[in-house]
Design a protein around this ligand. Structure first.
Ligand code: NAD
Length: 443
């Protein structure tokens, strides 16, 4: 099939590469010339495991190309995915200007019947607006479908190649047939294609992300209860998650959710529901809990070390909002670091892949260490935001001898409090008793 994917961010690039891997001719188009120039020079502008070789082999096979000429990409294709960003607007709703701009360009470039698919996360009713924008420019027949994307950054290629399910909101038998064919190679192991009406598909994406965000905020308030009572949230999590009606995923308490999706999608769903007179208080509570949870490490550190951090070195491990990505959008680390800088601390940070991204945000207001241990020289505390694998089994002896004070604030519960105490650290984690050198505090 001849396919255009418009927008070459995390979603568009992964979708384009994976669709070319199954034999389609795919042109990925974007308005940012520098991005397309890098892709044409063989560089991959984002970090995503497995993506680079996939792009390389499909470009070499002639099935994957990159362009800024969006009209030409549209003319050359029978199927067009819209995968541009839908950032939050000032009022919290999804900003559809990029989606609708692409729809207009598609309309202006139509040279025959085409299937247009919104892959961007868009509020219910958007496919209808996309159709209107296209039909305002052309007499050619267009089918407009919603195919929300559920990939996770850090495992995006795997998620696209072997999805739990493919949700397809379709408006015609023709579109249903085209999309069923297109996705057949990705669901060979029995995962399902769920065909539905367009509005239901649009809502499914927001409902799924909001449900996951709800689980996280829910466990974060349970963690606070554990902290007040001396209980251990890890035990509670296992007890709750082993109920087959609940399941164990997304029950880890932490330093709050971030990233490019959950914060904006919960916010956008609240806006849609409120506009339609539907009670959104449950989701507002999810957001409120998350906003305060993102401050939790800073609050603890301030309580322990005082408001004035002038002259103190604070080591930070992990900048990305989660492991295996360089994405720092809405990352909890930003809240902590800004708070530390405001209080005069010298911040020395490490992240295996997000340092370039951090430099764009913080410039030289913070220091960047090449190795995680290099952050610790003379540090008054270590703050952990991201559960990168190499942080899981560190050499505590080496850490202790480098630090000015053996003090850890762990936003991801990476260590066993008793073990860290044995190593001579004061250890603060989420929803578990604080441990002190030699002993675990029994609340
Ligand atoms: N990142 C994720 O994990 C994820 C997962 C599922 C769904 N989504 C959704 O997919 C959409 C894209 O997300 P992303 O993370 O890939 O965004 P992104 O910001 O990484 O990429 C968006 C791309 O669209 C391009 N673009 C913007 N306007 C354009 C236009 N008029 N014409 C052509 N290109 C244009 C931008 O230059 C950019 O390269 C969003 O709606 C997002 O909510 C993202």
């Amino acid at each position: 099939m001849k396919i255009a994917v418009i927008g070459t961010g995390y979603v568009g690039l992964v979708a384009g590469a994976c669709l070319s891997e199954t034999g389609n001719d795919v042109v990925c188009a974007d308005i940012v010339e520098a991005k397309i120039a890098r892709l044409n020079a063989g560089e991959v502008p984002i970090y995503e495991p497995g993506l680079e070789p996939l792009i390389e082999s499909n470009v070499a096979a002639g099935r994957l190309t990159f362009t800024t000429d969006i009209p030409a990409a549209v003319r050359a294709s029978e199927v067009i995915f819209i995968a541009v960003g839908t950032p939050p607007d000032e009022d919290g709703s999804a900003d559809l200007q990029h989606v609708l701009a692409v729809a207009k360009t598609i309309g202006e470039s139509m040279n025959g019947e085409k299937v247009v698919i919104t892959k961007s996360t868009v509020p219910v009713g958007t496919a209808k607006r996309v159709r209107e924008a296209i039909e305002a420019e052309t007499e050619h027949r267009v089918h407009v479908c919603a195919n929300p994307e559920f990939l996770k950054e850090g495992a995006a290629v795997d998620d696209f190649m072997k999805p739990d399910r493919v949700v397809l909101g379709v408006d015609s038998e023709h579109a249903a047939g085209v999309l069923r064919d297109l996705y057949a190679p990705f669901v060979r192991t029995g995962h399902s294609i769920l065909m539905m009406d367009v509005a239901s598909a649009e809502i499914t994406k927001y409902a799924a992300n909001s449900m996951l965000a709800t689980r996280i905020s829910f466990m974060n308030v349970i963690a606070r209860l554990c902290e007040e009572t001396g209980a251990d949230v890890d035990a509670v999590r296992r007890g709750v998650g082993s109920d087959s009606r609940i399941g164990s995923s997304f029950l880890f308490p932490g330093v709050g959710y971030g990233g490019s999706c959950f914060p904006k999608d919960v916010q956008a769903l609240v806006k849609t529901m409120t506009d339609l007179g539907v009670d959104a208080s449950i989701l507002r509570a999810v957001e409120d809990v998350n906003a305060s949870q993102k401050k939790t490490l800073l609050d603890r550190l301030r309580r322990r070390l005082g408001e004035d951090l002038g002259g103190r070195v604070i080591a930070v491990w992990g900048l990305a909002f989660k492991p295996n990505t360089d994405d720092m959008r809405e990352a909890p680390s930003i809240v902590t670091i800004e708070g530390l800088l405001e209080r005069g601390a010298r911040v020395v940070a490490h992240d295996p892949v997000a340092v370039d991204e951090a430099r764009r945000r913080f410039g030289d207001r913070i220091e960047y260490a090449a190795a995680n241990y290099d952050t610790l020289d003379g540090a008054s505390a270590l703050v952990i935001h991201t559960e990168w694998h190499p942080y899981r089994h560190p050499d505590f002896g080496r850490m202790k001898s480098a630090m000015a004070e053996p003090l850890i604030f762990d936003g991801r519960n990476l260590y066993d409090p008793a073990r860290v105490a044995e190593q001579g650290f004061e250890y603060h984690s989420i929803g578990r008793p604080t441990s002190f050198p030699g002993a675990v505090n029994e609340a």
